[in-house]
Design a binder for this molecule. Structure first.
Ligand code: NDP
Ligand code: GDR
Length: 323
């Protein structure tokens, strides 16, 4: 049987790297959209040892023509739309770019699927940020949305576009509503990696302080390596659908931070400084997901605890800094 073709937007990001490794392991030909940047963005693929195994195609989510070409060249059977301006904090400074890339960009990918190959299956990287202000006991697929950032608003457009293309054109289009997921490949601006990187530097005597914003915010954090399995499983179902992917446990930024400091035997109180510059214009106070549907219909399970995740990240940062 011929190998299946996958096309990943955002292949150079955290999830793109882990998903590529998963799909290569399953025998897929993996193609990815590479956005033009002035500096190297392949470090994650390199770190997983798969840089040479994926096929990179120049393109950008805001350029429909590049996506149409990528669909044609890759002969994709499955498209994973992971590309985004994904940092919530930056979305207040760059609301229009965020809307273009995260909202209209998803629509561009849906259009390219509809035009080039309607049988191609589509995955949209939706987010718990869409729930925003709505605090259910646990947020699930039926919880209403109330986004709190330009990022959340743009992602909500992409989510509804996915549902709409499924209902309008019969596309096999699924939306994964993923809660925060982290790894040693996480971007340095996100709070877990900011913490683990700083803790490693403090341990090695390279810095003294860690400056954070709202440490009372609560997040449902899982491991990215576990979460990409859910993405793939969604596209293997007979019918497309929407799924919440989460651990079902929530923790404050403060307690997550404490795990990191304790792992290297340091006292958090001696190093943590609250800095108003890192507070956001509007906050999502609590995220806590209910992954029951993904567990029962996809047979998916989160496998990594928060302590395992944070200690893995601190150890990886210590190794990198000691090199
Ligand atoms: P990252 O920020 O690590 O990766 C984002 C990717 O998008 C990068 O490959 C980036 O390319 C690419 N990209 C950015 N702008 C464009 C553009 N204009 N055209 C093409 N590609 C572009 O994100 P994650 O891997 O963490 O997340 C993957 C997806 O899942 C994102 O859509 C995110 O919003 C969503 N999500 C993430 C969650 C999480 O906790 N990680 C939770 C829920 C949803 P480059 O490297 O060149 O910048
Ligand atoms: P989030 O992740 O906004 O949930 O979006 P982030 O790690 O940036 O923030 C989590 C929480 O920590 C608080 N916080 C800080 N955050 C950062 N980045 N830096 C700080 O110094 C700091 N201090 C406190 C934040 O206010 C927030 O409450 C992530 C992204 O991956 C999105 O793309 C994804 O959709 C959602 O997760 C689910």
């Amino acid at each position: 049987m011929a190998a299946r073709n996958a096309l990943i937007t955002g292949i150079t990001g955290q999830d793109g790297a882990y998903l590529s490794r998963l799909l290569l392991g399953k025998g897929y030909e993996v193609h990815g959209i590479l956005a033009r940047r002035s500096s190297d963005t392949l470090w994650r693929l390199r770190e997983l040892g798969i840089e040479q195994d994926v096929r990179l195609l120049d393109g950008d989510l805001t350029d429909l023509s590049s996506l149409l070409r990528a669909m044609e060249v890759s002969k994709a059977d499955e498209v994973y739309n992971l590309g985004a301006q994904s940092f919530v904090g930056s979305s207040w400074q760059q609301p229009l770019l965020t809307a273009q890339v995260d909202g209209v960009g998803a629509l561009n990918v849906l259009e390219s699927v509809r035009i080039v190959n309607k049988d191609c299956r589509f995955y949209q990287a939706s987010t718990s940020e869409m729930f925003g202000l709505i605090q259910a006991d646990k947020q699930d697929e039926k919880t209403p949305f109330y986004p709190r950032s330009p990022y959340g608003v743009a992602k909500l457009m992409a989510h509804w576009a996915t549902v709409n293309y499924r209902e309008s054109f019969g596309l096999h289009a699924s939306s994964g509503i993923l809660f925060n997921h982290e790894s040693p490949l996480r971007g340095i601006e996100f709070v877990t990696r900011k913490v683990t990187h700083a803790v490693a530097r403090i341990k090695l005597g390279l810095q003294q302080e860690l400056r954070l914003g709202n440490i009372d915010a609560k997040r449902d954090w899982g491991f990215a390596g576990d979460y990409v399995e859910a993405m793939w499983l969604m596209l293997q179902q007979d019918a497309a659908d929407d799924y919440v992917v989460a651990t079902g446990e929530t923790t404050t930024v403060r307690d997550m931070c404490r795990i990191a400091f304790e792992h290297v035997g340091l006292d958090m109180e001696k190093h943590l400084v609250i800095d108003p510059n890192f507070f956001r214009p509007a906050e999502v106070d609590v995220l806590l997901g209910n992954p029951a549907k993904a567990m029962s219909k996809l047979g998916w399970r989160p496998k990594t605890s928060l302590v395992e995740l944070i200690t893995m990240m601190v150890d990886a940062d210590l190794r990198r800094l000691s090199r």
